[in-house]
Ligand binder design. Structure first.
Ligand SMILES: Cc1cc2nc3c(=O)[nH]c(=O)nc-3n(C[C@H](O)[C@H](O)[C@H](O)COP(=O)(O)OP(=O)(O)OC[C@H]3O[C@@H](n4cnc5c(N)ncnc54)[C@H](O)[C@@H]3O)c2cc1C
Length: 459
C-alpha cells in the first residue's frame, strides 16, 4: 500500500484522569460508572453522539440471558421502572428454555445510560474518536483523541478498552486472534448484519399464528395479549423464507429470522453479510450497502408472507452495522469452549453468566442458539498480555471463537465492564497495577453490589 509521511507536531493535553474508558457502548458506560462510583475521575470516550453501542444504536435491545446482579441488573430494573423494559421471560430453544431479560426501548436506554454515568460523575466525551494509545515502554499512559477540536491527548493511569474491536489493546501491541484464527476473512468471523424495526404490526395476529406454526422452533409468547408489547420473541421462518426464495428468486441470504417486540415496535434481525473485513473501509461500507438491499427485501417478505405484517412499514434502520466478531485480545487466560459449558471454576472469577450460546456459522449455514449451564468469567481474560495498565472488557476479551459465542452476549459484556471499572479503581487505591490487583478485594466489591461470582450461585 502507498503511504505518506504525516509530520510530527505538538498536540494539546485535553485532560488527565484516573481512568479512561474507550467506547460508550454496551460495556463502557457500566465500566465508567463502576469506577466513578468508587470516587475515581473517569473519562468515557464515545465516537457517536449517544451511549449504548450495539444495545441502543444497533437496535439490539435484548440481552440474550438474564441480568443476574450488580450494575447490569440495576440498569434493567431502572429501565423497567421507566416503562422501558418488560419482565424477564423464558424462550424455548432446541435444548430447552433460556431465561432472557426482556428487550429494552433503545431510546430511553440511551437516556438511562447517560444519566447513570453523569450521576456517577463520569466525564462523557461524545463524538470523539480514540485513534491510538500512548505508551511509555509497555505501560499505557493515555490516548490520542480526534474531535471537532482536532487532535488531543488524554492522560490516564489506567485505560479500559471497551471499543468492541480491541482497537486500543491492538494499538498498544497486545497479541490478538481474529475470529476463529487463520488469515481468511471468509471463514474467520461470524457474519455482520443490521437490525431494523417495523411499525403497524398486528402482534396479536402474529402471536396467534406463531403459536400453532411449525416454522417457529424457538419462541417466547406471553399468555396475555397485553404483554406482547415487550414479551414476544420468535426465531425461525426458515421454511417460509425458502418457499418465498423459490417463488421469487430474490436473494435472501439468511433463512433464519428473529423478531422481537419492544415498546410497540417490531425489531427484525434478518440481514447477513459473510466474510467482511470490517477493518477495510471499503468492505465495511459495501456491507452496509448490501444490508440496505436486504432490509428492503426482508421487509417486503414479511409484509407479503407473515400474518400480522399486512400493514407494517419500516420504521427505523440501525445507524450502525452490527459486528459480531473481530479481534479476540489475548489475555493472561483465554476462555475456552469447554469453560463456557460451565465445566470450570476460576479462583479469579468476576461474574457468573447465564447468557445463551449463540453462534452464527461463519459460512452462513445456521444459527446455533442454546441454553447452557451457568459459567464463570475469569479476571485474567481482561488482562492483555504484554501491556501494562490496560484492561479489555466486552466483546474483545480473551476468548476463543466458540467461547466468544457465549461471552459476546450483552450480560457477559456488561459483567466484564463492571469488573474492569472496579478492578481499575481498586488497583489505583492499592497503588498497584491492574495485572497485580488484589483479586479478593475486587471480588468483595462485586459481591457487595450483588454480583453473583460462582456458577453454582445461579444453579
Ligand atoms: C446483529 C447482532 C445481533 C446480536 N444479538 C444479540 C442478542 O440478541 N443478545 C445479546 O446479548 N447479544 C447480541 N449480540 C452481541 C452483542 O450485542 C455485542 O457483542 C455487545 O453488545 C458488544 O458490546 P461492546 O460494549 O463490546 O460493544 P458495543 O456495544 O459495540 O460498543 C462499542 C462502543 O465503542 C465505540 N467505539 C469503538 N471504537 C471507538 C473508538 N476508537 N473511539 C471511540 N469510541 C469507539 C462504539 O461506537 C461503540 O459505542 C448481537 C450482535 C450483533 C452484531
Amino acid at each position: 500500500m502507498a503511504t505518506i509521511r504525516e509530520p510530527a507536531r505538538d498536540i494539546p493535553v485535553l485532560m488527565n484522569v484516573d481512568i479512561v474508558v474507550v467506547g460508550g457502548g454496551t460495556t463502557g458506560p457500566i465500566a465508567a460508572a463502576a469506577a466513578a462510583r468508587r470516587g475515581k475521575t473517569v473519562a468515557l470516550i464515545e465516537r457517536f453522539g449517544s451511549l449504548g453501542g450495539n444495545l441502543t444504536l444497533g437496535l439490539n435491545t435484548k440481552p440474550s440471558g438474564a441480568l443476574v446482579g450488580g450494575l447490569p441488573l440495576e440498569l434493567w430494573t431502572l429501565a423497567r421502572s421507566n416503562g422501558a423494559a418488560g419482565d424477564d421471560y423464558f424462550a424455548g430453544t432446541k435444548t430447552g428454555k433460556v431465561k432472557i431479560a426482556s428487550p429494552c426501548d433503545p431510546e430511553i436506554m440511551k437516556m438511562l445510560l447517560t444519566r447513570l454515568c453523569a450521576d456517577a460523575g463520569v466525564q462523557i466525551l461524545f463524538e470523539t474518536v480514540v485513534s491510538r494509545p500512548v505508551l511509555e515502554g509497555k505501560t499505557v499512559t493515555g490516548v490520542i483523541v480526534e474531535s471537532k477540536a482536532g487532535r488531543s491527548f488524554i492522560g490516564a493511569k489506567v485505560v479500559i478498552d471497551c471499543s468492541a474491536d480491541g482497537d486500543i489493546a491492538a494499538g498498544a501491541g497486545a497479541p490478538f486472534v481474529m475470529g476463529s484464527g487463520g488469515n481468511n476473512a471468509e471463514t474467520q468471523m461470524q457474519p455482520v448484519g443490521m437490525y431494523f424495526t417495523m411499525s403497524d404490526v398486528d402482534v396479536v395476529e402474529l402471536a396467534h399464528w406463531a403459536r400453532q406454526s411449525d416454522d417457529i422452533p424457538a419462541q417466547a409468547i406471553p399468555d396475555n395479549d397485553e404483554d406482547l408489547d415487550y414479551g414476544l420473541w420468535l426465531t425461525g421462518f426458515n421454511q417460509t423464507v425458502r418457499a418465498y426464495r423459490a417463488e421469487t428468486k430474490i436473494d435472501l441470504p439468511r433463512e433464519n429470522i428473529t423478531l422481537k417486540t419492544a415498546n410497540g415496535l417490531m425489531y427484525v434481525n434478518a440481514t447477513r453479510v459473510l466474510g467482511v473485513d470490517v477493518f477495510s473501509p471499503t468492505e465495511f461500507s459495501a456491507a452496509i450497502v448490501e444490508c440496505y438491499r436486504q432490509i428492503e427485501e426482508y421487509a417486503r417478505f414479511l409484509v407479503k408472507k407473515v400474518p400480522g405484517f399486512a400493514k407494517a412499514k419500516i420504521a427505523q434502520i440501525a445507524p450502525v452495522l452490527g459486528v459480531r466478531e473481530t479481534r479476540h485480545i489475548q489475555g493472561e487466560y483465554t476462555l475456552t469452549a469447554d469453560d463456557v459449558q460451565g465445566h470450570g471454576s476460576f479462583p479469579d472469577t468476576i461474574g457468573a453468566d447465564v447468557s445463551a450460546f449463540d453462534v452464527h456459522d461463519v459460512k452462513g449455514a445456521d444459527v446455533d442458539f442454546q441454553g447452557l449451564r451457568p459459567y464463570e468469567l475469569p479476571y485474567r481474560c481482561m488482562v492483555p498480555l504484554g501491556v501494562e495498565q490496560l484492561l479489555v472488557a466486552g466483546r474483545c476479551i480473551s476468548a476463543d471463537h466458540v467461547a466468544h459465542g457465549r461471552s459476546r452476549n450483552m450480560p457477559a459484556c456488561m459483567a466484564t465492564g463492571q469488573a474492569a471499572g472496579i478492578a481499575a479503581a481498586i488497583a489505583l487505591e492499592h497503588n498497584t497495577t491492574v495485572r497485580d490487583v488484589p483479586i479478593d478485594r475486587v471480588q468483595s466489591a462485586l459481591r457487595e453490589i450483588g454480583m453473583p461470582l460462582r456458577a453454582d450461585d445461579l444453579r
